[in-house]
Ligand binder design. Structure first.
Ligand code: SAM
Length: 211
């Protein structure tokens, strides 16, 4: 895959003339709806998105960082197991980690969990914007540490690490092309052409497969 999920959704939005705030957005859900003809799609957002609901899309209002909201979502969706889960919400590391460790239990065996827009926005990263969290490590670091050492970097906001360790089958990272364009000057990039190169710790997307 050469694009991140957000970039794919942005291309889809441009193609369909979807403009956030003007005609209500929701490019990702609409894209999955068009792409997977038989899929039932559940959306969760802290803001109401019922304008997106149709025969196969159902949206819910929930804060992805609040367990009671996640419990309510699971109850409302009948406790089903999901094939694919995409987190493209607040992008805060604490929210990403709470949602991931909560929803991984509701993913099918062999299912895929995507986390969009990984950032250097946790403890020790110096981030201070609205998606930063200064008391836990950023999600990229937490997951990379697991790959390298077999345990998750601390402090983190993961709920049941033993369950995750037992059920994680694979973790892959993806660097969106836009993230590499400033790494080398164009002349050097041309020389490198087919060599894979990217700036360390700039992965923007990860996928985790369940055992
Ligand atoms: C980057 S946009 C994703 C848009 C989506 N992919 C689409 O195409 O419509 C992030 C979304 O996360 C929502 N959001 C922000 N904080 C949230 C939270 N704590 N819980 C759930 N959703 C949240 C925002 O309202 C926004 O719609």
């Amino acid at each position: 895959m050469s694009q991140s999920l957000t970039e794919l959704a942005n291309l889809y939005a441009t193609d369909k003339g979807i403009v956030h705030g003007r005609n209500t957005g929701g490019a990702s859900l609409r894209m999955w709806y068009d792409y997977f003809h038989n899929a039932k799609i559940f959306g969760m957002d802290v803001n109401p998105c019922s304008y997106l609901d149709n025969d196969r899309i159902k949206t819910f209002v929930a804060d992805q960082g609040k367990i009671e909201d996640l419990d309510a979502f699971v109850e409302a969706t009948g406790g089903i197991e999901f094939d694919v889960i995409v987190d493209d919400g607040s992008h805060r590391p604490d929210h990403q980690q709470v949602s991931f460790s909560y929803f991984f239990k509701h993913l099918k065996s062999g299912g895929l969990y995507f986390i969009e827009d990984l950032a250097s926005n946790g403890l020790g990263d110096g981030g201070n914007d609205r998606i930063a969290c200064d008391n836990i490590r950023n999600t990229r670091t937490v997951l990379k540490h697991y790959l390298q050492h077999g345990n998750f970097a601390e402090p983190n906001a993961l709920i049941d690490q033993a369950y995750l360790s037992e059920h994680i089958d694979y973790i892959g990272f993806h660097v969106p092309p836009r993230k590499i364009k400033y790494v080398f000057k164009p002349s050097i990039r041309r020389l490198l052409k087919k060599v894979v190169y990217y700036k360390i710790d700039q992965e923007g997307l990860c996928v985790i497969r369940k055992r």
